[in-house]
Ligand binder design. Structure first.
Ligand code: AMP
Length: 399
């Protein structure tokens, strides 16, 4: 089966065409600046070069049309016609409490996703635009929605309730949902497979450390806690997001700076994290590691503060599960940044991780970092959210 995986943002659309039998990516690409001047599509067939074409894309429907044009192009295309696309898998950010798993997209499902819009006002409407655009162009192709929040729907009440009046949850569903669920699910499953064990027998902590970052506690195959909350702002310090804060800071800063609470939230989302801590130097961990190695103290403090928070979450989740068997690092920095992993390693040795500094230098591969016989197996497990979405799509479409 050939599955088109779509990840739609407000002005962007990422795509991959995946052959589900071989699990090979046939082609992938990105439409940028949709609805804005200077829009462009970058397309890359398997084994080929990236080709960037500037084209006028007034809306997402035209972006989907360009994607189809590229996929079926005589020179850079990988299929001969639209009919070769058997199914479409959409990444959807917020499923609220309505979706505890992936679903075939129907009109009722679209309505239910719309009802979650106020929980993710930047993301869900964009995801829906992607769904509607594909529906317009490929009305007969089955579509599946895969939710970032779904995997965490197994969290118990004690993990998802905030210490707020219960009415906030009952009236508005203010609670912790968690995100990156597709990745936490994929990585915890793969970690167990690599170890030749059943996930149902393991207590696993997954550290998804990308530009956005979250930790999850996966106990016997189910997410029992995760660091992101009502929105993806809670938890770890991230590339540009603050993570956990005293909520009183919002109004304190708004008053001091003469700005609105929403503007403070924007600062927390876009100008904070390691970017803010490094005084605007970079949100990219590569830049920060280089600067720190060069003696830049602000970059060093940013990395230390970041790693300290990850270490604390790992400790907390070991307690939440009353033990831990496996710690898996994934996503951009988790897979590739040895410096960040080494800094985090300082705080988790007491668990019995025995990380080998030489193995820790390895980047981007499935590898066990702990010495043999370590009490807690620490490993790198590269994530692949697109493949996970394609697998879910096939599972549902094939029924
Ligand atoms: P992601 O959101 O998963 O794409 O992760 C993005 C982050 O991963 C970037 O901010 C980088 O700091 C980090 N990263 C990606 N590739 C590398 C690499 N080769 N070495 C070190 N850090 C990397």
């Amino acid at each position: 089966m050939k599955v088109l995986v779509i990840n739609c943002g407000s002005s962007s659309l990422k795509y991959q065409l995946i052959d589900s039998e071989s699990e090979e990516v046939l082609a992938k690409g990105l439409c940028e600046r949709i609805g804005i001047d200077g829009s462009a599509i970058t397309h890359q067939p398997a084994g080929g070069e990236k080709i960037k074409t500037e084209v006028d894309m007034p809306n997402h429907t035209s972006a989907v049309q360009f994607v189809i044009e590229k996929l079926t192009d005589k020179e850079v295309g990988v299929i001969s016609s639209l009919e070769e696309i058997d199914a479409i898998g959409h990444r959807i950010v917020h499923g609220g409490e309505k979706f505890a798993g992936s679903v075939i997209i129907t009109d009722e499902v679209i309505k239910a996703i719309e009802e979650c819009n106020d929980l993710a006002p930047l993301h869900n409407p964009a995801n829906l635009i992607g769904i509607n655009s594909c529906k317009e162009i490929m009305p007969k192709v089955p579509m599946v929605g895969v939710f970032d929040t779904a995997f965490h729907q197994t969290m118990p009440k004690k993990a998802y309730l905030y210490g707020l009046p219960l009415s906030c949850y009952e009236k508005y569903k203010v609670r912790r949902y968690g995100f990156h669920g597709t990745s936490h699910d994929f990585v915890s499953k793969r970690a167990a497979e690599i170890l030749g064990k059943d996930r149902k027998d393991l207590k696993i902590i997954v550290c998804h450390l990308g530009n956005g970052a979250s930790v999850s506690a996966v106990k016997y195959g189910e997410s029992v806690d995760t660091s992101m909350g009502l929105t993806p702002l809670e938890g770890l310090i991230m590339g540009t997001r603050s993570g956990d804060l005293d909520p009183a800071i919002i109004t304190f800063l708004a008053e001091k700076e003469g700005i609105s609470a929403q503007e403070v939230i924007n600062i927390c989302n876009k100008q904070s994290g390691v970017l803010g801590l490094s005084d605007g130097l970079s949100s990219d961990f590569r830049d920060l590691a280089l600067a720190a190695a060069d003696g830049n103290e602000t970059a060093e403090t940013a990395l230390e503060t970041y790693a300290y928070r990850v270490g604390k979450y790992i400790g907390a989740y070991a307690a939440a599960m009353n033990g831990v068997d496996v710690i898996a690092f994934t996503a951009g920095a988790g897979e590739n940044n040895a410096e960040v992993r080494a800094l985090i390693g300082q705080y988790i040795g007491f668990l019995g991780t025995n990380i080998d500094p030489e193995k820790n230098k390895i980047r981007g591969e499935e590898v066990i970092l702990s010495d043999e016989g370590a009490k807690v197996v620490t490993m790198i497990v590269p994530t692949n959210e697109e493949l996970a979405i394609a697998r879910e799509t096939v599972r549902l479409v094939e029924g």
